[in-house]
Each structure stands twice: as C-alpha cells, then as structure tokens.
Ligand binder design. Structure first.
Ligand SMILES: Cc1cc2nc3c(=O)[nH]c(=O)nc-3n(C[C@H](O)[C@H](O)[C@H](O)COP(=O)(O)OP(=O)(O)OC[C@H]3O[C@@H](n4cnc5c(N)ncnc54)[C@H](O)[C@@H]3O)c2cc1C
Length: 317
C-alpha cells in the first residue's frame, strides 16, 4: 500500500490535518496509509485522523531549526518510502519544504490550491504570475510527489475513524544547537485589522498618499489596511496587510482604494458583507466582487466623501 506523509505545522496542527483531503483526492478513500510528522506539542486534536503520527521531541533551542526538522523527516522517509509528502504552505512550511526537497533530491510544487489524481499521475494547480494565471503541473515519473498546499484550499470532511498509532522519537544532536534562542515573546499589538467592522484599505493606486486614508477611516470609525504592494514599498507595516501572506479579514464593509484585486489579495477577504471599490479601471478584478464600484481617482473619492460625512455630522450637532 502507498504511504503518504503530512507535516504538521507547529502553530496549527489541527488545520494542517485538513491536508488529508489532498491525499484523499490523489489516492481515493483508504488508498494510502497516512502518516503525520509532528514536532512537540499536544496531539489530541489530530488523533483519529492518521494511521501513524510520528512525534519528534526537539532538543532545547532547536524548535526553530528547519534544517534539523527536515533531517528527521528524511530519516522517516528513508524508513517508510513515502510516495507523497504534503506540507502546509504556512510561514513554517514554506521554510521547511525546499530544505526537505533538496535533502530528498526531488521536485517541489509550491502553493498548491487544487489536486487531482488519475491513473497513477498527479495533477497539481498553483497560481502563477501574481495570481493572473493558474499553472497545472503534472507529476509523471517522480517516485515522490512533494508539494506545499494552501490550508484554505482543502477541507477534510471524513469522520474520525482510525486508531492512531503514535511513535515518539527523541533524537540526539551532536554538539551545540546551531540556533540560539535569546528571548521569546508575543509582539504587542493594540489594533488588529481582523477585529475591524469597517476597513479602509489602500493599494498601488494610492501609494505615498496612503496617509489620506485616515481622513476617511476616522469619521467611519474604521481601521486602515493595505495590499502587499504598499508593504513591499515600505509605506505600510506588514501587520495591516490583507491577503494570502498577510491577514484574513472579515469586516462588514471593505473599502478598496486603488487595489487591483489579485488572487493573493482576495484570498484574505473572508465573509465580507460588502466591498466598495474605487479604481480608475472598472475592469480590475476587485470590481467584479464589489457591491459598489466607483470609477475614478481614489484620493479624490476620499476627499469628497470625508468632506460630505463631516458636513452631515456638523448638521446633526
Ligand atoms: C506568494 C505571493 C503572496 C502574495 N501575498 C499577497 C498578500 O497577502 N496581499 C496582497 O495584497 N498581495 C499579495 N501578493 C501580491 C499580489 O500578487 C499583487 O501584486 C498585489 O496585491 C498588488 O497590489 P495592488 O492591487 O495594491 O497594486 P497594483 O497591482 O499596482 O494595482 C493598483 C490598482 O490601482 C488602480 N489605480 C491606479 N491609480 C489609481 C488611482 N489614482 N485611483 C484609483 N485606482 C487607481 C489600478 O487600476 C490598479 O487596479 C502576493 C504575491 C505572491 C507572489
């Protein structure tokens, strides 16, 4: 029987287990023996989903050492010969996957959003060219199918049925750990765009004029957010980036100012009730998702709308 392995992200083991859906789509129900590789932590949430879970206790100071984790998974692969290895496309998984691929001397398909398996060949779909194209990649003759897959794209709906065998490993490392942890702590944040009811969000169409967004956000009691274009340009902090490599937000109203609406940006919008987009190009993809589209300059829109809101408020005083 074929064997398939899923790497469990240490920040989100339960969600990583959803990638069993990838295995199911490739091999069918019960078509492969399923394994999980976990590094420390509690396994309660994932018991009953896998045939075997291999739990590695990381030596002190090595929790962030992806090379070491990849070495342990390679040792497991040398013993079990997996025909498929799936890694969540999270921050952690994206660091680990290429290291493991090099160790296994195999190819890696990154950021997979769709998978089909037929007659021994596996087809994987992933966004390309900033999400403007979807690339279909077929695995024809490699012994191992290896991919990183997006957690938001797969949901495993099977009931827990299996008795999971748990195998504990406490590997030793020689010498000093290569990474020294000096301090650990959570970053303090006073405001989180994920809590916002209304988000006023800016993109490449506003660039250096981004501070003007506060002019509109303030009277609406909204928070400001941005696309990655502004984060990469050093205009806004990553903490307010919406999208696949930023945050997933669910405000009642999302006002998209000068945002094109790439797949990676849209992925960060979950159950948003209404989108208002302001764009000089009415054919930008975000417009087709919007309840209201304003064709025109975003800064002019901010100035006109904020002045109108201010006047309305003054009338009410
Ligand atoms: C692996 C990966 C992960 C990514 N993750 C993210 C992510 O998490 N979040 C994210 O946002 N992106 C992400 N991206 C980048 C993404 O593909 C796009 O490049 C980015 O979203 C584009 O940002 P934008 O729409 O603001 O800018 P642009 O693509 O530059 O679009 C600007 C828009 O503004 C309009 N415009 C121009 N001038 C004006 C004006 N004066 N008034 C009104 N409208 C105007 C234009 O018509 C256009 O539609 C990722 C890419 C990759 C490869």
């Amino acid at each position: 029987m074929r064997k398939a392995l899923i790497y469990l992200d240490s920040q989100d083991r339960k969600q990583s287990a959803q990638l069993l859906e990838v295995i199911r789509r490739i091999y069918g129900d019960g078509g492969a023996k399923t394994y999980a590789a976990a590094f420390g932590g509690n396994l309660e949430a994932i018991k009953g989903f896998f045939d075997e879970v291999h739990q590695f206790q990381m030596p002190d100071g090595c929790a962030y050492d992806m090379r070491l984790k990849a070495s342990y998974i390679k040792q497991l692969h040398d013993k079990e010969s997996f025909s498929c290895i799936v890694i969540p496309a999270t921050f952690e998984g994206r660091m680990m996957a290429p290291i493991l691929a090099v160790k296994l001397q195999t190819g890696l398909v990154a950021d997979v959003t769709e998978v089909t398996g037929e007659d021994g060949s596996v087809r994987m779909v992933r966004p390309a060219f900033d999400g403007k194209l979807m690339a279909v990649i077929e695995n024809e003759d490699s012994d191992i199918v290896m991919m990183s897959a997006r957690l938001s794209a797969f949901q495993y709906k099977q009931a827990r049925i299996r008795d999971t065998k748990i195998v504990y490993h406490t590997p030793d490392i020689e010498g000093e750990p290569p990474i020294k942890v000096i301090a650990e702590g959570r970053k303090q944040s006073t405001e989180d765009i994920r809590d916002a009811e209304i988000l006023v969000s800016g993109g490449g169409g506003v660039m250096e004029r981004f501070p003007s967004l506060h002019q509109l956000a303030e009277p609406l009691h909204a928070m400001v957010a941005s696309s990655r274009r502004l984060v990469d340009s050093g205009i806004t902090p990553r903490s307010i980036q919406v999208g696949q490599s930023g945050k997933t937000v669910s405000p009642r109203l999302y006002i998209a100012l000068g945002i094109y609406g790439s797949l990676q940006h849209i992925e960060g919008l979950d159950h948003v009730e209404d989108i208002i987009s302001v764009n000089i190009n009415r054919n930008a993809p975000i417009c087709s998702l919007s309840s209201i589209v304003v064709e025109g300059d975003a800064i002019e829109f901010i100035e006109k709308l904020s002045t109108k809101i201010k006047k309305e408020k003054e009338k009410q005083l």
